[in-house]
Design a protein around this ligand. Structure first.
Ligand SMILES: N[C@@H](CCC(=O)N[C@@H](CS)C(=O)NCC(=O)O)C(=O)O
Length: 200
């Protein structure tokens, strides 16, 4: 049985969603960032951390890849052109969409007030808009980002689209991207993951 350490309102929801997609059994320790519980398992105090027996995997993406590889699911096989294309897209999403969202969050409520820089949120929003345009330009015509199958790149995008709504960053305008995002957010596994935090 897997264990997710991290409150579902944090990036921990990515792991909970993934575990629901896999139909794996798991428990959640809803530790808040920088809590004693979080620091006990990750010196940086960041969440989430995935535990699998004696193994602890900090970082949501490292944990998603670990689970995907272990279950041979939700990523193309390593060493294939499909995997390279998938990973290139995923890291672009991480860089160009999560980066600006995290910058805004850090300068809105994560950093101590004296380190926050006013106006950074607007710059981050512009960078995010450019990221959305770059993603739109790279889309194929499939139901999901890399073709007919749902992958962890879709899961990451789905999480970021909900985060963007909360951060009041713009919605995608492109019809195909909008439809792809709607399809991702309609996954039953996401509803099941949300039910774990009592919001669905
Ligand atoms: N790249 C890491 C980022 C983890 C992270 O920053 N998590 C936030 C909560 S969503 C956190 O713990 N922040 C506390 C901090 O930055 O000190 C991941 O994807 O897991």
């Amino acid at each position: 049985m897997y264990e997710v350490i991290g409150h579902p309102d944090t990036r921990a929801i990515r792991l909970i969603w993934m575990l629901e997609e896999l139909g794996a059994s798991y428990s959640v320790i809803p530790a808040m960032p920088q809590s004693d519980e979080a620091r006990a398992i990750n010196a940086s105090g960041k969440v989430p951390v995935l535990r699998d027996g004696d193994l602890s995997v900090p970082d949501s993406l490292a944990a998603l890849y670990y689970l995907a590889d272990k279950h041979s699911a939700l990523v193309p096989q390593p060493g294939t052109a499909a995997r390279a294309r998938h990973d290139a897209l995923l890291f672009m999403i991480l860089d160009e969409l999560e980066g600006p969202l995290w910058t805004k969050a850090r300068h809105s409520f994560v950093l101590p007030e004296k380190y926050r820089v006013a106006g950074v949120g607007e710059t981050a929003k512009k960078e995010y808009e450019r990221g959305l345009a770059n993603l739109t330009a790279r889309l194929g015509g499939g139901d999901y980002l890399t073709g007919p199958d749902f992958t962890i790149a879709d899961l990451l995008l789905g999480h970021l689209m909900r985060w963007a709504t909360k951060a009041k960053f713009p919605e995608p305008e492109d019809a195909h991207l909008k439809a792809t995002v709607a399809r991702i957010l309609n996954r039953p596994a996401l509803r099941a993951a949300d039910a774990r935090k009592g919001i669905a």
